[in-house]
Design a protein around this ligand. Structure first.
Ligand code: PGA
Length: 260
């Protein structure tokens, strides 16, 4: 796992956006896995600005979002489809036919989940998966005790995640209890995982993920087994890591050809 520690949230967002831009520049028809939540908002703003300045073309890019709430009708302001429209899709030249989401209104959920997995395979697999981390260590909505081999399926949110996401809905009782999420195994199949974590609320989960035991109790810890995982942090999110100085040393001594 490559661990990049930046002094500020803004610099961590810039590094993340640059890694995504490099992916799209190298492979214009990249398949991106995308995440929602507060953390990636700044990254999406930077990508939209790069597009606006003519420095980033999404015309051949395909996207698959990690997750969606069950039961929110199309156009619901708290649906992740709306979130993505507001923060990225409405601002760049992505073809609507190349945008993919789990459908939280699917009648046959297991069938829909199998079709989502099949669509990822048909697209050639995900080249770069953007990830956040929950305070209890989820990736996507793979909450603690998720199978580390899981595929796209329905999950029940933990009370902590319901609380954490209440700010988007106005109150916790409005947050759906169920979601459809790519599985841990689905995420592990992606070619490059790019996690951004910022703020002190993530410090403990980040330290357990990167330096603790691999355990379903903290699903993000499986990323230690991913052959290409980049973790971008601000100072505060990195505060509980034991080997901060070593990670900075590695970054400072990176060969020129590896730099973004
Ligand atoms: P956040 O969520 O960015 O809103 O903190 C991250 C996540 O749950 O993956």
């Amino acid at each position: 796992m490559e661990i990049i520690i930046k002094p500020t949230v803004a610099e961590a967002q810039q590094e993340t956006a640059k890694i995504m831009r490099r992916q799209i520049s190298r492979k214009p028809d990249s398949v991106l896995g995308l995440a929602t939540g507060s953390t990636p908002i700044g990254v999406y703003a930077l990508l939209a600005a790069m597009h606006e300045q003519g420095a980033l073309d999404f015309s051949q890019v395909s996207t698959f979002n990690l997750d969606e709430y069950v039961g929110l009708e199309a156009g619901h302001p708290c649906s992740y489809r709306e979130f993505m429209r507001e923060h990225l899709f409405g601002k760049v030249n992505l073809a609507p036919s190349r945008i993919h989401f789990p459908d939280g209104t699917a009648k046959d959920v297991p069938l829909h989940c199998a079709e989502y997995e099949a669509a990822i395979v048909r697209a050639g697999g995900i080249d770069l998966q953007l990830l956040g981390i929950g305070r209890e260590g989820h990736i996507g909505f793979n909450e603690p005790s998720s199978s580390l081999a899981s595929r796209t399926r329905i999950k029940t949110l933990t009370p902590q995640t319901v609380q954490d996401n209440a700010r988007f809905f106005g109150s916790a009782d409005k947050v759906p209890r169920h979601v459809i999420t790519m599985g841990v195994g689905t995420i592990m199949d992606t070619r490059h995982c790019l996690m951004l974590a910022t703020g002190g609320g993530k410090a403990e989960a980040v330290a357990r993920m990167a330096e603790g035991a691999i355990t379903a109790d903290l699903p993000a810890s499986i990323l230690q087994m991913h052959p290409a995982c980049t973790l971008v942090l601000d100072e505060v999110a990195a505060a509980e890591l034991k080997r901060c100085e070593y990670y900075r040393w590695v970054y400072d001594n990176k060969p020129e050809w590896q730099r973004v």
